[in-house]
Structures are given as structure tokens and as C-alpha cells.
Design a protein around this ligand. Structure first.
Ligand code: HEC
Length: 126
């Protein structure tokens, strides 16, 4: 192998590892609420009962029985996988104030809002 070829190879390896490192850093950044298209859907439709941060403290939720719970602290009674959260949102919960959303939101919006609920649930609470 001649010197020129070796230096070309080393050069491209170096730049490749720089690209990979860069990608790794981006991937490790914690997501912020602004990364979620479901945020505005949630704030318009869900926060009155569930609270802006999903803490179950929305003004319209205060006198409900059962009351909405704190997603992060109390977990999910009806399943915490994205599929289960989506189903809860689509169907609502019989006998509670939680309405079905399938006639209000599109399938895409329901996925987005379910992802935002999961994000809120993953946020640590003091
Ligand atoms: C009118 C008040 C109200 C609104 C508006 C509302 N919810 Fe609810 N929601 C509730 C109540 C009350 C419960 C708790 C029911 C229970 O404990 O059985 C609940 C439960 C849930 C659960 C199940 C939590 C669990 O324990 O498994 C999810 C998920 C949920 N809501 C998501 C949403 C989303 C997303 C929206 C907006 C698109 C929304 N809710 C809007 C009142 C509301």
C-alpha cells in the first residue's frame, strides 16, 4: 500500500468517526416538550382535566370522581404502552369523565397526543 492511499483512508476514517460522534451527541439530547407535535393538541383538549404537565391538576378535573391522576407519579391504570394509551384515548373510559376522542381527533393526532402523554409520564417529578 502506498503512502498516499493510507493517508486518504485515514482521512476518511477520521471524518466518518466525526459524523458518528456528532450523531451520537444529538441522539443523547433529552427531548423537550417542544419536540412533540402532540403538545398543542394536548394543551387544547386534555390539559383542562389532566393539567398542563399531566399531573392530574387541571381546573376541570378537580371535582371529578375518579379524578385524572398524575401520569408520572401514579402510572397508568389502563396500560402504559403506546398502543394502550392510544386505545384509552380512542375509546375513552366508561363511567368516568374521560371521553372517547375518535370523533374529535384524527388517527394521526391521537398518535401524537399519546406520544406526548408518554413524554409527560417520563418526566421526573419532585
Ligand atoms: C373532561 C375531563 C377529561 C378530558 C378533557 C380528558 N381526560 Fe383523560 N381522563 C379523565 C379522567 C377523569 C381519567 C381517569 C379515569 C379513571 O381513573 O378511571 C382520565 C384518564 C385518562 C387516561 C388513562 C390513564 C390511566 O390510568 O391509564 C389517559 C391516557 C388519558 N386520560 C388521556 C387523555 C388525553 C390524551 C386527553 C385529550 C385528548 C384527555 N385524556 C382528555 C378526564 C379527562
Amino acid at each position: 500500500m502506498n503512502i498516499k492511499l493510507i493517508s486518504v483512508l485515514t482521512g476518511s476514517l477520521l471524518s466518518l468517526s466525526m459524523i458518528i460522534n456528532c450523531g451520537g451527541k444529538l441522539g443523547n439530547n433529552p427531548k423537550s416538550s417542544k419536540d412533540f407535535p402532540g403538545k398543542s393538541i394536548y394543551e387544547a383538549n386534555c390539559s383542562p382535566c389532566h393539567g398542563m404537565k399531566g399531573e392530574g391538576d387541571g381546573p376541570a378535573g378537580a371535582n371529578l370522581n375518579p379524578k385524572p391522576r398524575n401520569y408520572a407519579k401514579d402510572g397508568f391504570k389502563y396500560g402504559s404502552s403506546i398502543e394502550e394509551v392510544k386505545r384509552t384515548v380512542v375509546e375513552g373510559i366508561d363511567g368516568t369523565a374521560m371521553p372517547p376522542w375518535s370523533n374529535v381527533l384524527s388517527d394521526e393526532q391521537i398518535v401524537q397526543v399519546a406520544e406526548y402523554v408518554k413524554f409527560l409520564a417520563s418526566q421526573s417529578v419532585e
